[in-house]
Design a binder for this molecule. Sequence first.
Ligand SMILES: Nc1ncnc2c1ncn2[C@@H]1O[C@H](COP(=O)(O)OP(=O)(O)OP(=O)(O)O)[C@@H](O)[C@H]1O
Length: 292
Amino acid sequence: MIVIDKLTKKFPHKDKKGQKTEKTAVDALSLHVRPGEVFGLLGPNGAGKTTTIRMLTMQLKPTAGKIAYGGRDIFSSGEAQRVKSLIGVVPQHVNFDQDLTVGENMELHARLHHMEKRERQQRIAELLNYVELTEVINDNVRRLSGGMKRRLLIARALIHKPKILFMDEPTVALDPQVRRRIWDLVRGLAREGVTVFLTTHYIEEAENLCQRVAILNKGKLTALDTPENFKERLGKFTVEWDGSEGREYRFFGEKQEAAAFAGSQEAAGGILIRPTNLEDVFIELTGHKGGL
Ligand SMILES: Nc1ncnc2c1ncn2[C@@H]1O[C@H](COP(=O)(O)OP(=O)(O)OP(=O)(O)O)[C@@H](O)[C@H]1O
């Protein structure tokens, strides 16, 4: 179980006049993630997602608050090694050793985890097979496509069989086909009992992949629920039409209510009744359009 309690990060900041002040990137965030869950942290740019992941992966110390895995505070003394073996990290930006091959990059990471030679070789072969990169084991990492690099990042993060996998924007800038392949990999991991904590600003990703989603806005937890419950709470049916300032939206619990409302708006252009999606929820809660 991941327990996050009033987690806060403030950075030194200079205001417009050049005066020293502080910027709160993460503001008293509290939530739990269950073992084996795929949990999504969704939010617009600058919401504090990366800062949260960096604290969860011990790359950054919180200003206040607590993080515990299996009931133990990750920042208490003597915990670093336990946490390192418990977690795997897929960073937002590719950070391979550019002069090495795919296999050598994996090998380097396995050595960092003090794995023995035979175990290393076996695990590297198994993982490259899992992410379908066996054929490029001897290629320099520079030669990989964006999607292949992402899959290699995932394989590398799994080298020591972590119980919790953190993924920061795992499919950013990938085409939809590659994105779906990565989603399949994540689902497979969850089936094997790995807890996956991911950040994304792709609504579709959260909706398709995550059992529960937390919406972060300006560092604060705005809402937390399953994608289904979010949609149900807003109203499962959406009526949208061309208003005076762009598209307008109304949400309804029952299809008949939506149809009756749409009927009463006959004069409006482009009227449409459709199922509510997580993007509608996101816009209602944050005022931002997602996926940008
Ligand atoms: N090292 C830092 N020093 C100062 N401010 C920072 C630092 N890192 C992040 N911030 C600020 O904290 C806020 C949250 O940033 P963060 O990168 O966590 O957001 P994000 O939700 O991951 O955004 P994106 O989707 O753009 O990656 C932003 O206002 C950012 O400018």
